[in-house]
Design a protein. Sequence first.
Length: 268
Amino acid sequence: MTSPVPWAQEAMLPEDFGAGLLRADLGEGVVAGFTTRHGGVSPAPWSSLDLADTTGDDSARVQRNRDLLAEWVGAPVAFATQVHGADVLDLGPAERAEWSGAPPMSAGTADGLVTAEPGLGLGVLVADCVPVLLADPVARVVGVAHAGRRGLVAGVVDRVVDRLLARGAEVDRLRAAVGPAVCGACYEVPEDLRDEVTAVVPESWSTTARGTAGLDLPAGVTARLAARGVVTTRVDRCTMTDADLFSHRRATAAGEVAGRQAGVVVLS
């Protein structure tokens, strides 16, 4: 079951939770949310909460932005090097110690992360792709998925769900939040590419506002979660048209560079 939620930024940003974080309710004992581009220290063109080390931003500023995020959610947040695949990494006590000290920039190469370790945040970086947060608050396991076009086709969402189930989660207790991403009205692709993707995930079929072939990746992700029986909420905000969010496609069209926002989930 999926419920679109028109999350108003001003309604979702209590002062004690950071100026740039949209809350997601994944159950008791779980802190989860999605950052916007606000609340950080990076100057233009990243302005201002750029969380990635791959955008040309200064690494010290990126680390300060990540420190701010850690302060907001009450835990260090681990990120992977994302490659639009479907590999999933399990993180535990060793990674919590590592990220609590002098944190690395990456926990390894993967597009999904899971953990049962309290006090270790999991982050997923995006600037048009779909960030997915999952939790079973009873089994005390959480996960994230980076679902771009290729990752969605490769099955990254299902692989994270499978890994959570292997760690003790149960489908009827799993909750998911699908974060801001480029919408189907804005994500224009060649017709043959749309055919290729929708042959695997039919629900991602879309026609853009211009009447051309498109892909609706958030719809595809929510369909995959629904097929697994996972109760899901969706942040109905398009990165391409929402100036409060980073968008790689929007920035590229303007000859600029985009930072990266994040989805994050923590067992408190």
